[in-house]
Design a protein around this ligand. Structure first.
Ligand SMILES: NC(=O)c1ccc[n+]([C@@H]2O[C@H](COP(=O)([O-])OP(=O)(O)OC[C@H]3O[C@@H](n4cnc5c(N)ncnc54)[C@H](OP(=O)(O)O)[C@@H]3O)[C@@H](O)[C@H]2O)c1
Length: 273
């Protein structure tokens, strides 16, 4: 019988996940299909019931449900527990087990470049859901310190506490000061949504230099203003689509226990931009 997978969230109509996963299923000849299912905020409980009724085989979770979904899980893996959010659920004999593939998906492109996070100083711009997975990733890799710059100060303060609880030294600053001090960091990560809609950077790029690695989680457009300017100034850059692909590959492997077909998924993803 065909197995059905899904991504749940709201908005969901522009999600690239159905295209990537369906390409992978087709490439490996698996009798599986993947759909986008819009569940508005406040309707998660009903949405989960309907997924159970169709015997969903597994699903991805995106904005705004990554944290709330935790209370509907029967079991979870360590990364999911640490981050306090899930982006991947697997139906294991009727039980929903939660995973978080954002953390390893984030680290994968760094590792592909043979870069080490150990003892590094990190500037993290943003303090939303994605930023939590990134803090957990740098804690796992034993970074030296993470500085959080966020528009809303209270959220930055919360994330600093979260980092400290994971044993990672951390402080916070504002977006203007962050832009003036970029030269102090090995890694600069944009985990805000700034850059998606118009050609703006969340911080000034003036001081970014060739010793910095600049990683933008925004994947649409591919070349954000932050990445364009950083590239011009000689920095190493990492694209948001690389993380998107890496976290999708990990979800696929959890569900199917098969090695995800990198090229098929990458070609499909890049073809959508
Ligand atoms: N590449 C990938 O695989 C991947 C994975 C996950 C997420 N993402 C992307 O990462 C971004 C953040 O996602 P999320 O889930 O963390 O979202 P979120 O929880 O809604 O957080 C949004 C963040 O952006 C900041 N922000 C929004 N508008 C801003 C503005 N005009 N000026 C300054 N800061 C602003 C918010 O600051 P405040 O706290 O002040 O509101 C907050 O820090 C999105 O673009 C998402 O598509 C990419």
């Amino acid at each position: 019988m065909t197995k059905t997978y899904a991504v749940i969230g709201d908005p969901i109509d522009h999600s690239l996940s159905p295209a990537i996963h369906n390409a992978a299923f087709a490439f490996l000849g698996l009798d599986c299909t993947y759909i986008a299912y819009r569940i508005p905020k406040g309707e998660l409980s009903e949405g989960i019931e309907s997924l159970k009724l169709i015997n969903i085989a597994g699903f991805n979770v995106t904005i705004p449900h990554k944290i709330e979904m935790m209370k509907f899980l029967d079991d979870m893996d360590e990364d999911c527990k640490t981050i306090g959010a899930t982006n991947t659920v697997n139906n294991e004999n009727g039980k929903f087990k939660g995973y978080n593939t954002d953390m390893d998906g984030f680290l994968e492109p760094i590792k592909q470049r043979n870069q080490s996070c150990k003892d590094s100083n990190v500037l993290l711009i943003g303090a939303g859901g994605a930023a939590r997975a990134i803090v957990a990733a740098f804690a796992k890799e034993k970074a030296h310190k993470i500085t959080v710059a966020n528009r809303t100060r209270e959220k930055a303060e919360e994330l600093v506490k979260f980092a400290n609880n994971l044993g990672l030294e951390s402080d916070h600053t504002d977006l203007v000061n962050a832009g003036n001090t970029t030269g102090n960091y090995k890694f600069i990560v944009n985990a805000t949504s700034v850059g998606m809609k118009n050609n703006t950077s969340p911080i000034s790029t003036r001081m970014i230099n060739k010793d910095c690695t600049v990683y933008d989680l925004v994947y649409m457009p591919v070349d954000t203003e932050l990445l364009e300017q950083s590239k011009k100034q000689g920095a190493t850059i990492i694209y948001g689509w690389e993380m998107l692909l890496a976290q999708a590959m990990r979800s696929f492997e959890i569900w199917t226990k098969r090695k995800a077909p990198y090229e098929a998924m990458k070609l499909t993803l890049l073809g959508r931009f």
